[in-house]
Design a protein around this ligand. Structure first.
Ligand code: ADP
Ligand code: MG
Length: 243
């Protein structure tokens, strides 16, 4: 079976700063991959290359069957298959929750307005926010905003969800609800790549933990192996600081 994500030898520099130094990664359908690693190691840059928010200098990226590294690929079509959730929600403040969710799919002609709204309400139900459909995001807590952002990403029926530190900007009491939504999603079989510092989530939910350092994947494996028996000094040092 073809991998959902197939990355080969990806390099990326910003000026003289080589941020990705040859990344190889395959992710299978239904797999949950958690990426950990020190700040500045290239995790966000890597996630952003997957849906072509960043160009790469060399290497190959195929995601959901689309070759993102090929300039002839229809990147808008590719992105429709990829849901992305950021640290800072990125909701439109002047639109209601429902409008935030239905704007893109209706504009792209994916669903009619009625279909999009029905689907949005169903998803809001799933993240526990059905009653917030008609409010503006500014009235929501951080955790609620992030759950809306997740629901909004799901509205497009993505084949894979990318999360970049989705709970890092939240007050501690909000983190659990967001992680629960992500756990439910994983249980339903969604393919996910999650950059996070939530080691509990990684241990509980990840099929694989990938340790990023200095622009390379230094080590990867089952959570119990990486956390309990790290093979490399760099991984040990990092885990000593965060566990
Ligand atoms: P992480 O997410 O692991 O903290 P990033 O991917 O954000 O790491 O950053 C990796 C490196 O790339 C850092 O040195 C950062 O300063 C640099 N970087 C990230 N984005 C840009 C950019 N748009 N322009 C220049 N340098 C960048
Ligand atoms: Mg980052």
């Amino acid at each position: 079976m073809a991998a959902i994500v197939d990355v080969k030898d990806v390099h990326k520099s910003y000026g003289s700063n080589e941020v990705l130094k040859g990344i190889d990664l395959e992710v299978q359908e239904g797999e949950v991959v958690v990426m950990i690693g020190p700040s500045g190691s290239g995790k966000s840059t890597f996630l952003r290359t997957l849906n072509h928010l960043e160009d790469t200098d060399s290497g190959k990226i195929v995601i959901n069957g689309w070759d993102v590294s090929d300039s002839k690929t229809n990147i808008d079509k590719t992105r429709e298959t990829i849901g992305m959730v950021f640290q800072h929600f990125n909701l439109f403040p002047h639109l209601t929750v429902l409008e935030n969710m239905t704007l893109a799919p209706v504009e792209l002609g994916k669903y009619s307005k009625d279909e999009a709204e029905a689907k949005a309400l169903e998803l809001l139900d799933r993240v526990g926010l059905r009653d917030k459909a008609d409010v503006k995001p500014t009235t929501l807590s951080g955790g609620q905003k992030q759950r809306v952002a997740i629901a909004r990403a799901l509205e497009m029926n993505p084949k894979i969800m990318l999360f970049d530190e989705p709970t890092s900007a939240l007050d501690p009491e909000m983190v659990g609800d967001v992680l629960q939504v992500m756990k439910d999603l994983a249980k339903d079989g969604m393919t996910m790549i999650v950059v996070t510092h939530e080691m509990g989530f990684a241990k509980q939910v990840a099929d694989r933990v990938v340790f990023f350092a200095d622009g390379l994947i230094n080590e990867q494996g089952k959570p119990e192996d990486v956390f309990n028996h790290p093979q490399h000094e760099r991984t040990k040092d990092f885990l000593d600081k965060v566990l």
